[in-house]
Design a protein around this ligand. Structure first.
Ligand SMILES: C[S@@+](CC[C@H](N)C(=O)[O-])C[C@H]1O[C@@H](n2cnc3c(N)ncnc32)[C@H](O)[C@@H]1O
Length: 228
């Protein structure tokens, strides 16, 4: 799978994608991540990418003509491609959306800045996504969040078994997406805090049952909305 990120600050991505699982996935050619600098399509000698909003108001707005050229440059002639605008006003990103995006051949993410985009850019995109109900300074961190979440869902990036029972997994044998069960490792007792006895019993049927109970209990406590 290929992910293209349209950004004014490609340098912000050097680091997050150069370590750990994403780095290995890139080395194994399971994923390719490339950056298109929106500034390269800017107007005139100063490569201007923004202008003042019609009707007045604070801040600057990213220009449609500049964005269209950058989108055209990123677009590939593949059937399974989606162009996504990152915007606090978009549909909220979740694991279901990540699974859907992980099946694409080419995912294009557009990171905004300033006060956001000229609204007409929405004619050139397939979807508008927000990573949550808060406003960040730019779309680079949302692009990192989405690319990282999608990358680990690509076959062979991480072990299938690790994904099966994790939080929000549709394969978790529950009717609703639930959060992961609590996990423990050595030491067995730490400053009086003990690992639950059941996990030391060796009885895998009972351990599975306990984990399911705990997953439901934890989800009901912290995210009751997931059961609606
Ligand atoms: C300062 S924000 C613009 C906020 C905009 N004026 C508003 O009120 O929604 C600049 C850019 O950051 C990105 N951004 C900020 N918050 C985001 C979020 N929650 N999800 C996705 N992208 C976000 C978008 O690309 C946006 O164009």
């Amino acid at each position: 799978m290929k992910i293209s990120i349209l950004t004014l600050f490609p340098e912000m991505f050097y680091g997050p994608f150069d370590h750990s699982i994403v780095k290995i996935a890139k080395e194994k050619k399971l994923i390719e991540i490339n950056f298109i600098n929106i500034r390269n399509f800017g107007i005139g000698r100063h490569k201007v990418v923004d202008d003042t909003p019609y009707g007045g108001g604070a801040g600057m707005v990213m220009r449609i003509d500049v964005l269209e050229k950058a989108i055209k440059k990123a677009s590939k002639k593949v059937t399974k491609q989606k162009i996504i605008l990152l915007d606090a006003r978009g549909r909220r990103f979740d694991q279901k959306k990540a699974i859907e995006l992980s099946k694409l051949d080419h995912l294009v993410l557009i990171a905004g800045h300033y006060e956001g985009f000229d609204e007409r850019v929405t004619s050139y995109v397939d979807d508008i996504i927000s990573i949550g109900d808060y406003v960040l300074t730019g779309g680079e961190i949302p692009a990192m969040v989405i690319a990282d979440t999608v990358a680990r869902l690509i076959p062979d990036v991480i072990k299938e078994a690790s994904r099966k029972l994790e939080s929000f997994s549709p394969d978790s044998n529950f009717s609703s997406a639930v959060l992961e069960y609590p996990q423990y490792t050595k030491p067995r007792i730490y400053k009086g805090l003990k690992v639950p006895e059941i996990l030391l019993s060796g009885d895998h049927k009972k351990i599975d049952e306990w984990r399911k109970e705990q997953a439901i209990k934890h989800t009901k406590k912290t995210r009751p909305d997931l059961f609606c």
